[in-house]
Structure formats: C-alpha cells, structure tokens
Design a protein around this ligand. Structure first.
Ligand SMILES: *Cc1c(COP(=O)(O)O)cnc(C)c1O
Length: 461
C-alpha cells in the first residue's frame, strides 16, 4: 500500500473510502451494492493506464466513460490547458466571446458536414441534445408551423438524463418511472446488425425504416424532428446500424419535412474512425450533438452544431423575443475550449496518419480471435473502438437472474487482472482510449478472457 503525502502528513488512503461511503452518492449506481464491494479510488493516469491510491495499475478499458482520446496526462493537451489557465480560467459566453471559443466554433464548422455552420456550446451531452430539441421546437414556431412539436426517437435510444433528452430517448430501464413527466414522443423500431471486425453476420433495416416512414407519413404536419444516435447506440449496448441506414433516415426526414438531429455524443470525435460518424454516409443533418470525446476526456464541454437557416430564423429586433433563451453558466468555458481545439488537432493527425484505422483493425481482429466461438458469448458487436460482448450461461439456461450480477462480477474480477471496465447487465462494454496500442489491446482482451473464464468457473457455467 502506498501512502499519500499531503503537505507533511501521511494519509492512509482507506480514509477516502470512508468519506466516500459516508457522503458520496454515485450516478447510475445502486449504492447498497456499491458499499458492499471493494472500492477503488483513482489517483492518477498516464496514457491508457490508471493508478489507484494503493498503487495498482489498470488499463482504462472504458476510456473513463467513453471520453478519453489521447491518453491521460497527455503533454500537448496539458500544455494547451496550462497556457489557457495562465490567461483566464472562465469568462462568460453570454454576450461576450473569447479567442479559444471563437476558434473552436470555426474549427467545428470547418470539420462538420457542409450543412452545419453554427455552434451552440454547453457543458454535457444531455444539454447538447436539449438545445437541439429546443432549437427545433422554437424554429417551427418562428416559421409559423407551431403544430410541429412531436419528436421521433428510435427504440433503445439514449440521449441523456435531462427531461427533454429522456422524453426523446427510449431507455425504459433508466427512465421509465419518469414517463408521466415526459413530453409526448414517437418511437420506431431499431434496425438489426451484428458486426465484428468489419464482417457483418446479419442485418435488417426494412422493418425499422417502414415504421419510421409510417409515423412520418401519418403525422408529418405535427412532427418537429427525428433524433438518433448514428451508427452505434452506445448506451443501449453497442447496438449497430447497417451501412446505408442513416442515409435512408435522412432521406425520409427530407421527404416529410422533419429536422434530423444526430446525437454523436458517443460516436463523434473519432470513436468510429472518422471525426464524425455521419461523414461515413455523407449525411447532412440539421443538428449534430457532441460531448464525451470533444475534450479528449479532460473537461466538460458540449456543442450543438446547426445550420445557417436555423440561425437566420432566430434573428430579429429585440422585442420579437426570438432570441434563443437557453444557456449555462459555464457555456463555452475557455479551459475546455482550449483542450478541445488541441484534441481536434491531434485527432486529425491520428486519422490522417492512418494510425486510428490500424488501431481499429487490431482491436476488431484481436476481439474476434479471442472471443469468437467462446461458449459463454452469445453475441459480439464491434465497430470502431467500441465493442459489446454479451455473455450467457452457455447451453444450460437462457440467461442469468439479474441479481446474479454476472457482468458486474466479470468487471470486478477484471480489476484483479489490471483492467477497468463497466458492464451493462451481462454485457461487457469495451471502449478504450483512441491511442491504445497493439500490446495494450492484447493485454485488454487476454485479461478480459481470463476474468470471464474465472467467473464462469466460479458460478458453475
Ligand atoms: C453519454 C451520452 C449522452 C449524455 O451525455 P452526458 O454528458 O452524460 O449528459 C447522450 N447521448 C449519448 C449517445 C451518450 O452516450
């Protein structure tokens, strides 16, 4: 056990566990369970690795909840951050600007699909989505089509935990109990796609697109927008969409006059191999939401990109009241903006040099080699640097009881083998930093397999 030195006092790190148990309330966490299992206090990070206060090292297999791009404690990003810190840490974006904010707005507009030229900043993914929903809602009022208010979302969609994001999403297990407080929305079936290492095992978009078209056809005059997470529904467990699906959703939105909102909070900023997932299908949305990877896992920052047409509709004299009244205290924070600028620069190099492409190949190949045919693996889905491994008891039973917490047990066992991961029920989600190297990918899947096998042995599967 290492002992932390704070000023001149020696601190026993277990004291933080006590403080945590007594006062913290962690998100997406059953605290009764949390307090009964070994705790982990993260002390520092370097590259793709994290150290706890006891001195143990772990590979960051979920990129600190899907955010980290270039590694922890990255010198170039640290330098950009320190440089901005030496100037000013925060200044409001309400009626004022700052150079890093202005530059980031331009950078994002330059990189984004050509339809998108305006950027509204905020500080998390849920807010980026709320802003898109509210801009769309207000836009239809401004152009005298205020009956267009309904939002259409896809089955299993997750867009965040604020009210609009919950209403647009379809995460029943997370948000079902808040249903009576949510605005009305419509849902269409998700397509099916099983893919690993670029090989599609099966896929089907027809039912999904038919349902979407039926909803749009029936209610076009009342539908404001269609919102989806393009390419991968991350929080739903890496549910994939077949190639070409997004382009057809875009065509339907155009045909029936609905805004297309793309929630790229998870898939954006390099996760699928390109800066934006929608680039891969040449789709021009009305809104594009970014957060998680935007600051490479450093600071909270989000952006909602939209069109010039949207922006123009809100212009007018003060007394029209047409300004967009949604903002947050830390909107466009300069520290976060400076980090995002540096991260995008590095991301462009990572993509331009083909390094990201090669990493994705290694990742998919090693994953397939390690787990294809494993007796406890029901399905694997992988695209870009994102994967889900669905576990099941093998031939004996269809599924474990939720209280068996098999996914959680695997992740706890994986910690003993130097891996930090988070499960989604009995599915293991793997989302490493974009700069993970070949050796680290080997370490990741080797040790994950060891952990899975150990748990299966233990529970008699
Ligand atoms: C994480 C996530 C969100 C919510 O972002 P927060 O920053 O947690 O509010 C929204 N959409 C998707 C697809 C996400 O993965």
């Amino acid at each position: 056990m290492t002992v932390l030195r704070s000023q001149n006092t020696l601190i026993d790190p277990t004291i933080f566990d006590e403080m945590d148990q007594d006062h913290s309330w962690h998100p997406f966490t059953q605290m009764e369970e949390y307090c009964s299992i070994p705790q982990l206090q993260v002390e520092r990070g370097q590259g793709c690795w994290i150290w706890d206060t006891e001195g143990n090292r772990y590979l960051d297999g979920n990129a600190s909840i899907w955010t980290n791009a270039h590694g922890h404690n990255e010198p170039d990003i640290n330098e950009a951050l320190a440089e901005q810190l030496g100037k000013i840490a925060h200044s409001t974006y309400l009626g004022l600007s700052h150079p890093v904010g202005a530059m980031l707005g331009k950078r994002l507009a330059d990189l984004a699909p050509k339809s998108l030229s305006r950027v509204v900043f905020s500080d998390n993914g849920s807010n980026a989505v709320e802003i898109a929903l509210k801009l769309s809602f207000q836009y239809w009022q401004l152009v005298r089509k205020s009956e267009k208010r309904i939002v259409v979302g896809m089955e299993n969609g997750y867009h965040g935990d604020t009210f609009g994001a919950m209403a647009a999403g379809n995460s029943d297990s997370f948000h079902g109990r808040f249903q009576p407080w949510l605005f009305e929305s419509r849902t269409f079936a998700a397509p099916k796609c099983s893919e690993i290492n670029g090989i599609v095992k099966h896929s089907d978009s027809d039912r999904s697109l038919l349902q979407l078209e039926k909803i749009l056809e029936r209610e076009a005059s009342e539908i404001a927008s269609v919102i989806i997470e393009p390419s991968i529904q991350g929080p739903a467990g890496m549910k994939l969409q077949p190639a070409g699906f997004l382009k057809r959703v875009e065509a339907l939105c155009r045909k029936y006059g609905a805004h297309l909102i793309l929630d790229e909070v998870f898939v954006g900023c390099g996760r699928t191999g390109s800066i934006f997932a929608c680039e891969q299908e040449g789709v021009d949305p009305d809104f594009l939401c970014l957060a998680k990877g935007l600051t490479a896992g450093y600071l909270p920052l989000a952006a909602t990109l939209t069109t010039e047409k949207m922006y123009q509709a809100f212009l007018g004299s003060f007394d029209t009241g047409n300004a967009f009244y949604h903002g947050h205290t830390f909107t466009g924070n300069p520290l976060a903006a400076s980090v995002a600028l540096k991260s995008l620069e590095k991301l462009e190099r990572l993509i331009g040099s083909k390094r990201l492409e090669k990493t994705i190949e290694d990742f998919g190949q090693t994953l397939a080699e390690t787990f294809n045919g494993h007796r406890n693996v029901l399905d694997i889905r992988q695209r870009g640097l994102a994967a889900a491994i669905d576990l099941f008891p093998g031939s004996s039973r269809d599924a474990w009881h939720p209280n068996d917490r098999v996914g959680m047990k695997v992740c706890l066992e994986a910690r003993k083998h130097g891996l930090l991961l988070r499960p989604l029920l009995d599915s293991i989600l793997v989302v490493p930093p974009l700069v993970i190297n070949e050796e680290e990918i080997g370490f990741l899947f080797d040790n994950l397999k060891t952990a899975i096998d150990a748990v299966m042995n233990n529970i008699g599967n």
